[in-house]
Design a protein around this ligand. Structure first.
Ligand SMILES: Nc1nc2c(ncn2[C@@H]2O[C@H](COP(=O)(O)OP(=O)(O)OP(=O)(O)O)[C@@H](O)[C@H]2O)c(=O)[nH]1
Ligand SMILES: [Mg+2]
Length: 208
């Protein structure tokens, strides 16, 4: 195949994004033009009260815009951070238990990740209720979304004698996993590093 940048022949490339192999086959690969302000959009999703908004605030700082999702009164907060040399936009979504929506909030969260341009979904779960919350992780994966799993509240889980083996979980699910105690910023740098890995792996986009 011809490389768009150097116009020389090269091998078809594949990338391991979020543990899933995406083979670009014979499509031409084109480096994202950062000067055009290309953005990676990442949605924080998960059940209510798992720490999505706290994590969103840690990731984005103070310059945040809040707007209603079109046609609803449900608010979506949006904020940016430079990660891996690129502007990353984070979306804080309302709590959702399942991709099969019951409430308006769940419907908005679902529409946002399935119908809008979201590049990566960070699924935040409570380490104390891991088994129950992994149902949504599996639904997100079945929907073919790139997922990074944050197992939050490990401080509280630890007090209950619950330990989460993030490597084992990452291996079993074939996605990146970061365990965190967001309230103490534990795991934050590791999460940012994983997002940077994702951004760098995606600095190639497909030209048709
Ligand atoms: N102990 C502990 N508390 C946490 C942690 N992360 C978040 N919290 C607390 O959990 C509560 C809920 O956090 P939020 O960030 O509002 O949760 P949310 O997921 O945005 O909730 P919804 O917006 O209702 O879906 C807050 O009181 C946080 O301070 C953590 O790692 N450890
Ligand atoms: Mg919230």
């Amino acid at each position: 195949m011809d490389c768009h940048d150097c116009h020389q022949s090269c091998q078809p490339k594949s990338h391991n994004l979020g543990g899933k192999l995406f083979n670009f086959g014979s499509k031409k690969l084109l480096k994202k033009n950062f000067s055009q302000g290309s953005t990676t959009t990442i949605a924080l999703v998960g059940s209510p009260n798992v720490g999505k908004s706290l994590l969103f605030n840690l990731l984005t700082g103070t310059y945040v815009t809040v707007s209603n999702y079109p046609g609803t009164t449900v608010e979506i907060a949006k904020g940016n951070r430079i990660i891996g040399g690129e502007k990353v936009t984070f979306l804080d979504t309302p709590g959702m238990y399942s991709l099969i929506p019951i409430t308006e909030e769940e419907n908005v969260a679902r529409n946002l990740i399935l119908n809008q341009k979201v590049d990566l979904v960070i699924h935040v779960v409570d380490a104390k209720h891991l088994a129950k919350m992994l149902n949504l992780t599996l639904q997100l994966l079945e929907a073919k979304l790139p997922v990074l799993l944050v197992v939050n509240m490990i401080d509280e889980a630890k007090k209950l004698g619950i330990w989460v083996d993030e490597n084992q979980l990452a291996h079993r699910l074939s996605i990146p996993v970061v365990s965190m105690a967001a309230v103490k910023k534990v795991g934050l740098q590791k999460l940012i590093a994983k997002v940077a890995d994702y951004v760098r792996a995606n600095s190639l986009s497909i030209a048709y």
